[in-house]
Design a protein around this ligand. Sequence first.
Ligand code: SF4
Length: 209
Amino acid sequence: MADINKTIKSLEYNGYTVKRFDSAEAAAEWLDEVIDGAVVGFGDSKTIIKMELYRRLHSHNKCYDPNQSRGNEDVFHELGRRAMVCDVFLTSVNAMSETGEMVNIDGTGNRVAGSLFGHKVIYFIVGTNKIEPSLDAARERARNYAGPMNALKYDLPTPCVAHYKQTGEYKCFDCNCPERICNAEVIYRKRMSYLDDAIVVLIDEELGF
Ligand code: SF4
């Protein structure tokens, strides 16, 4: 069981503002209220999709969400590029530690690039299921659980997907496939310095992977 109070204190020590919610619905309502009249970029995130944040926000903000590309790769890249320089960026992470670090793995780079530079305010929206005791454990989660889960989501011809189908175990093989989706690993040790704010929206629910 994760020590959530320790995690919040560590994140605050590392420069983040932390907002905690007991449900994704409550967090989504709050985000819908505080993000208004802004240009908003989206990172690729199962958590954000589940919270239907594009549907909620796009009626009163200008939103760029690559997930609205409906499988069209050119549109995905164009929306991803536009999402790079906005007022606000929304993303999640693959893992977080009780010691206040966060970890993201990315294939195309739009999610990690947008989470590092180009916006005034960044929201990291994270279910408490992603909290691990240490940075090492968080990196392990990102690599050996979130990576294969993400590959499985797209049913990619990668060894992690084949292994899961045979054994039911999540395991990364550090593959060299063209379809590999784990090309960058970013560790957020402290809030990036130029931002007006970096807000961790912590939700007491199992969300994403
Ligand atoms: S590096 Fe390859 S094997 Fe490992 S999780 Fe990513 S796609 Fe799967």
